[in-house]
Design a protein around this ligand. Structure first.
Ligand code: PLP
Length: 388
C-alpha cells in the first residue's frame, strides 16, 4: 500500500456536514413550506460592501492585468491596514509588519511554520475553532487543550497557563472566540501577553471577530501589549468578505522575513483583485456598521427569546455572532439533538463536538448572522418544537 502523510489524517470540520444536511433539507422543502433557518453557518449573509465591489468592477473593466503581488501583499493595502491600527486602537504600526494573507486561514500555516518546530506544544482554550488544532497536528505540532468554562468566559486564565509544566512553546488565543463568542478583557490579554514574553512563549492572537463586539468587554489587540505577538485578522467577518479570501497578520520584526519566504513558496501572493477590494472595503464603514447593527438586533432577540424556549445556559455573548449554549438539560448528545432539531423545527445549528472533543456533546452553537426576520422567528419555533 502506498504511504499517506500525517496531514492526510486531519479530521473533518463537522460543521460542513451540518451545512450539507441543512442544504438537503432546504432543497427538499415543498413550495410554500417554512424556510429552514440557517444558524449553523459562520458567514455573513451579506456580500462585500458596495464600494468595494465597485473597485473590483473598475479593475476588471480597465483590464487591469492583475498579476502576482508581492508575497506580503500590496504596499497600499499594508499601509491602509497599518492606518486602521492607528484609527481603531490608537497604535502606531509600521506597515512592514503587516502581511496580507489568503484569509485568516492562510495566515495559520504561515504563522505556525515561522514560529514553531514539529513537536512543539501550542496551548489553546477548549472549546476552540477546530482548524487551529487540525492545522497544528497536520504540521507535526501538538495542540495542548485548556478546558475552559463559564467561570473564565471560556477563555484561558493566567493560573491555567502557570499550571503548564513545562510552559508550552506557543499560546493561541481568540477574543472574541469561536464558538463561545466570549472575550478576554484588555487587562487579561495584557497579563497573558506579559506572561508569554516572560516565559518565551510565542503568543498568537486571532482577532478575526474584532469590530463585531457588543460593548460588554472592550476590544483590545495583542499587538498593543507585545511586540512579539503574532496577530491574525481577516476581511471575512466585519467586512463581510468570506469569499474574497483576504486576511492579514501583524508580525513581530523577527518573523517578517521568514513569513515572507514561506508565503513566496506556499502561496506566491494573496489574490490581487481581492486585495484591491479589501483596501476599498476599509473605507466602507457605513455598510459594515449597518450589518453590525442587524447582528446586534438579532443577538438581542435571541438572548431574550431562547431562554423561554429552553436554551437558558448561554455563554457571555461578548462578540462575534455566536451563542454557545449548554444544552445538557435537553440532551446528552448534541449531534443527535441538532439532527432532530433540523427535522422537527427546520433550524440548523452546529453541535459542540467539533469545538470541544470531551464536552461538546453537551453544547450547541447558534450563529446569528443570517437574515434578521429568521433570527427573530427562531425562538418561537424552538419553543413549539420542544413543547414549551
Ligand atoms: C475564529 C476563526 N478564525 C479564523 C477563521 C477563518 O476565516 P477566514 O479564513 O475566512 O479569514 C474563522 C472562520 O470562521 C474563525 O471563526
Amino acid at each position: 500500500m502506498l504511504k499517506t502523510g500525517k496531514g492526510a489524517e486531519a479530521p473533518p470540520f463537522l460543521v460542513m456536514d451540518v451545512i450539507s444536511a441543512a442544504n438537503a433539507r432546504a432543497a427538499a422543502r415543498p413550495p410554500g413550506a417554512r424556510p429552514v433557518i440557517r444558524m449553523e453557518v459562520g458567514q455573513p449573509a451579506t456580500g462585500a460592501p458596495a464600494g468595494a465591489v465597485q473597485r473590483a468592477m473598475a479593475a476588471l473593466e480597465a483590464r487591469d492585468p492583475l498579476g502576482y503581488t508581492e508575497a506580503l501583499g500590496l504596499p497600499s493595502l499594508r499601509a491602509r491596514i497599518a492606518r486602521h491600527y492607528k484609527e481603531h486602537y490608537g497604535l502606531e504600526l509600521d506597515p512592514r509588519r503587516v502581511a496580507v494573507t489568503v484569509g485568516a486561514s492562510g495566515a495559520f500555516p504561515l504563522a505556525f511554520l515561522a514560529a514553531f518546530d514539529p513537536g512543539d506544544r501550542v496551548a489553546m482554550a477548549s472549546p476552540f475553532y477546530p482548524p487551529y488544532a487540525n492545522i497544528l497536528t497536520a504540521l507535526g505540532m501538538q495542540p495542548v487543550l485548556l478546558e475552559c468554562g463559564p467561570q473564565t468566559r471560556f477563555q484561558p486564565s493566567l493560573s491555567m497557563l502557570e499550571a503548564l509544566d513545562p510552559p508550552p512553546d506557543g499560546l493561541l488565543v481568540a477574543s472574541p472566540c469561536n464558538p463561545a463568542g466570549t472575550m478576554l478583557a484588555p487587562e487579561e490579554l495584557r497579563a497573558i501577553a506579559r506572561w508569554c514574553e516572560a516565559r518565551g512563549v510565542r503568543l498568537i492572537s486571532d482577532e478575526i471577530y474584532h469590530g463585531l463586539t457588543w460593548g460588554t468587554v472592550p476590544e483590545s489587540t495583542a499587538a498593543a501589549f507585545s511586540e512579539h505577538a503574532v496577530v491574525i485578522n481577516s476581511f471575512s467577518k466585519y467586512w463581510s468578505m468570506t469569499g474574497w479570501r483576504v486576511g492579514w497578520m501583524v508580525l513581530p520584526e523577527a518573523l517578517i522575513r521568514p513569513v515572507e519566504c514561506l508565503a513566496q513558496n506556499l502561496f506566491i501572493s494573496p489574490p490581487h483583485l481581492a486585495q484591491l477590494v479589501a483596501e476599498a472595503a476599509m473605507d466602507c464603514r457605513e455598510e459594515a456598521e449597518a450589518n453590525k447593527a442587524r447582528y446586534a438586533e438579532s443577538r438581542a432577540a435571541l438572548l431574550a427569546g431562547l431562554p423561554e424556549a429552553g436554551f437558558d445556559r448561554i455563554a457571555a455573548a461578548d462578540g462575534a455572532f455566536y451563542l454557545w449554549c449548554d444544552v445538557s438539560a435537553l440532551t446528552e448528545d448534541s449531534q443527535d439533538f441538532a439532527a432532530r432539531m433540523l427535522e422537527g423545527a427546520d433550524i440548523a445549528a452546529t453541535p459542540g463536538v467539533d469545538f470541544d472533543r470531551r464536552r461538546g456533546h453537551r453544547f450547541l452553537r447558534f450563529s446569528y448572522c443570517g437574515p434578521i426576520e429568521e433570527m427573530r422567528a427562531a425562538p418561537a419555533r424552538l419553543k413549539a418544537w420542544l413543547g414549551r
